[in-house]
Design a protein around this ligand. Sequence first.
Ligand SMILES: Cc1cc2nc3c(=O)[nH]c(=O)nc-3n(C[C@H](O)[C@H](O)[C@H](O)COP(=O)(O)O)c2cc1C
Length: 191
Amino acid sequence: MKILGISGSLRRDSYNTSLLRAAGELLPTGVELETWEGLKGVPPYDQDDDTADAPAAVAQLRSAVAGADAVLIATPEYNASIPGHLKNALDWVSRPVATNPLRNKPAAVIGASTGAFGAVWAQAELRKVLATIGARVLETEVAARHVAEHFDENGRLLDEGLCAELAEVVDELAAAVRAPAEAQAAVAFAA
Ligand SMILES: Cc1cc2nc3c(=O)[nH]c(=O)nc-3n(C[C@H](O)[C@H](O)[C@H](O)COP(=O)(O)O)c2cc1C
């Protein structure tokens, strides 16, 4: 089973990229995390350019999402919302509406910030955007607050509580891939 990991930060020493890397070390057996590194190369969305011959970076992103069983996004929070370049990339992935590669795909969101709230607003907005695109979005959230305190100088996550939360989210993502969407809907209805 393959999870595609996307860090919403372009920064070289990004805490969100480190958080994603830490999640990749906590995967259940039989699950791999492949990270997608092409975010900086995605051009601004322009419907005139959204043709069968899409820009190369966009085609590569769509293909990476299509080839994965699930998607895990680590998002920073910029001014209480999703970083623009990440939202932009998802706008490209969202088309065509009926057949976009996120449709019915399990997706989860985690986030880190240097402040006291752990990017919870950006995460909430990102879950909303992913659900609008058609992904099956987990409610589970990992909010890494005051994140600079939780990594060592090599970018390794020191906080055991955060490690446990990351392990839980990747477990849930793997379970969502295994559970057919209809079974999940039935459980939600019964509850
Ligand atoms: C343009 C900008 C806006 C920011 N806005 C917020 C914010 O609204 N909430 C917050 O908690 N942190 C905010 N921050 C601080 C980020 O949490 C911090 O820079 C974090 O390290 C970014 O994630 P990264 O390390 O993965 O790049 C902002 C940072 C930048 C550069």
